[in-house]
Design a binder for this molecule. Structure first.
Ligand code: PLP
Length: 445
């Protein structure tokens, strides 16, 4: 038998974790089973008790360090507990935690201005929400109010949230319950790896046209799409598709909504927003996750003209634009710039993708390596021709990787795609360590 390779050494990191004297993992698991929703799940056979985070690393209750290649589901962008973000939230908490937007406060105004400066064209009016779901709900509402139409087109395999409207727009049975989903049409997914038309953007866009012609009055409210489907398994929509789809939707009177909840905030590396990689300018942009580095915060940004639709009635939420969140969000934007994290995502992300492609040559089970920047996917299949999803194998590889100190996500319709979405400060040494660990874990199959 082959001698198993020794576990590689994690890059050095100068941080001593705080002492932990809280309850054990077993005690927390017992409480979770008794008091928390049974819908919650975890990836590993023995759930981890994560008690601390520092930049791209997480620590369990024994002080064991893990390289975090999932970042709380593509959320922690400038690293766990970044001191600038912590300081900004703490300073704000000392001064004012909450007052609502019924009063003026500079934290919300400053952050809205900074956010608008990151967006192209006339996209400058911000409405803060508490999550990505809420942001997409609002975007869909705005499109419906603005156009007077109810018909929304979204992509199959997409994930846009879990409230009534967004669950309708979500197009994966894994995430749907039997609720009324009126007025939503799901277009054929422009997925270069599994899609019925391969990478043929024109054919996929023709389906959007057919939906408009055969499924609606010819007048639609809007089109919502991610640039790279995250929950859907890091599926990059075919190059050339979005400009064509936007053109058809706009001709039918609809608005184009970019869901940047996962791809936004420099994660794609080459650009700040995912839609920019396709050369389009949306009418409405929704965001969450990276916007607050883990602070519960979301936003919708649109044009002054479209924003007017909300003045017809009262539209309000209690926590949106909470000063703790917006002060934190402003600090996040500053850190992204100060530490040039977009550039890092581009350079290290490209390097990591190349190295993963190298692994693909070695391991037959890797069917596809895709994505951009720090939004990368590795799809495992037991047969490259048939693309049979390797559902059990991926769980084993994840478990081995965790044992060697690496945490990574998984997803996709079949649950067989590694989702590699680390904090944007992930270094080249981290990338090397990640690949070595994945290599060993794959070799154990
Ligand atoms: N849109 C996308 C692309 C997402 O990935 C998610 C969550 O994963 C959402 C919307 C919903 O965001 P939230 O979980 O903050 O409600």
């Amino acid at each position: 038998a082959e001698t198993p390779a020794a576990a590689p050494r994690m890059p050095a990191f100068d941080h001593v974790p705080l002492p932990y004297d809280g309850p054990s993992a077993a005690e927390i698991a017992r409480k979770r089973a008794e008091y928390l929703s049974p819908s919650l799940f975890h990836f590993y056979s023995k759930p981890l008790n994560i008690v601390e985070g520092k930049r791209q690393y997480l620590y369990d209750e024994h002080g064991r360090r893990y390289l975090d290649a999932f970042a709380g589901i593509a959320t922690v962008c400038c690293g766990h507990c970044h001191p600038d973000v912590v300081d900004a939230i703490t300073a704000q908490a000392r001064r004012l935690q909450h007052s609502t937007v019924l009063y003026l406060n500079h934290a919300i105004a400053d952050f809205a201005e900074a956010l608008a400066s990151k967006l192209p064209g006339d996209l400058k009016v911000v409405f803060f929400t508490n999550s990505g779901t809420e942001a997409n709900e609002l975007a869909i509402l705005m499109a419906r109010l603005y156009t007077g139409s109810h018909d929304i087109i979204s992509l199959r395999n997409s994930y846009h949230g879990n409230a009534a409207g967004t669950m309708g727009a979500t197009a994966q049975k894994n995430w749907k319950f039997n609720v009324v989903q009126s007025g939503v049409h799901h277009a054929v997914n422009p997925d270069p790896y599994r899609g019925v038309f391969g990478s043929d953007a024109e054919k996929y866009a023709r389906d959007v046209q057919e939906i408009i012609e055969f499924g609606t009055t010819g007048h639609v409210a809007g089109f919502i799409s991610e640039a790279i489907q995250g929950v859907g398994g890091i599926v990059e929509v075919s190059p050339g598709y979005l400009p064509l789809a936007y053109e058809k939707v706009r001709k039918a009177g609809g608005l184009c909504i970019a869901d940047e909840v996962q791809a936004g905030f420099a994660r794609v590396g080459s650009h700040f927003w995912g839609f920019e990689t396709h050369g389009v300018v949306p009418d409405i942009v929704t965001m969450a996750k990276g916007i607050g580095n883990g602070i519960p915060l979301g936003a919708v940004v649109t044009t002054p003209d479209i924003a007017q639709v909300l003045t017809r009635r009262c539209y309000f939420n209690t926590f949106g634009g909470n000063p703790l969140c917006t002060a934190g969000g402003l600090a996040v934007l500053k850190v992204l710039e100060k530490e040039r994290l977009q550039e890092n995502a581009f350079i290290v992300g490209s390097y990591l993708k190349d190295r993963l492609r190298g692994l693909q040559e070695k391991h037959e089970i890797i069917g596809d390596v895709r994505g951009t920047g720090f939004m990368l996917g590795v799809e495992l299949v037991t047969d490259r021709q048939l693309k049979t999803p390797a559902k059990e194998e991926i769980c084993n590889v994840m478990e081995h990787m965790k044992d060697m100190g690496v945490l990574v996500g998984k997803g996709g319709f079949y649950g067989n795609v590694f989702r590699i979405t680390p904090p944007l400060c992930f270094s080249k040494e981290d990338a090397d360590f990640f690949v070595e660990v994945m290599d060993i874990a794959l070799s154990k199959l």
